[in-house]
Design a protein around this ligand. Structure first.
Ligand code: HEM
Length: 114
């Protein structure tokens, strides 16, 4: 579409800087909408490194299990649709767009590059 810039180009790989920008951006929007920070003790809401993100967990699910295809990771399932009684994340929205979740999935499947 004219005037619309989509990133990244399909030939570029997604790096941590981009994934962090997507996650911190959607959390900033959530905090603006709710007028508060997320409650402590559920899981983190910001992640300084790929390892912090992968090792975060909630309800017994680690966000990213090594070797598991991205679409089966708790992180991607939570962002796309949620599991059972646990709603899609961030809870209540706003949500990442499907193509943005695709970028995060691509990053996981390419080995979570810095
Ligand atoms: C394994 C993945 C995840 C699981 C299992 C999970 C689980 C949960 C649960 C159980 C809650 C509390 C629900 C309630 O209060 O009824 C919650 C809240 C929340 N989660 Fe997640 N979550 C996951 C990933 C994420 C991610 C990746 C984000 C952000 C991008 C996120 C953002 C939030 C927010 C903003 C809340 C609301 C906190 C509040 O009300 O203070 N979650 N999550």
């Amino acid at each position: 579409m004219e005037g619309v810039v989509t990133r990244p180009m399909s030939s570029q790989s997604v790096n941590w800087t981009r994934v962090n920008e997507l996650l911190s951006g959607i959390m900033a929007r959530w905090e603006r909408k709710e007028g508060r920070k997320g409650l402590p003790g559920i899981h983190s809401y910001e992640w300084a490194t790929p390892r912090d993100l992968a090792n975060d967990q909630s309800m017994g699910s680690k966000f990213i299990e090594p070797g598991l295809p991205a679409e089966e990771t708790a992180l991607i399932v939570s962002l796309r649709k949620g599991f059972g009684s646990i709603p899609r994340m961030p809870m209540g929205g706003p949500f990442l767009k499907p193509h943005e979740i695709d970028e995060i999935a691509q990053w996981i499947d390419s080995g979570m590059p810095e």
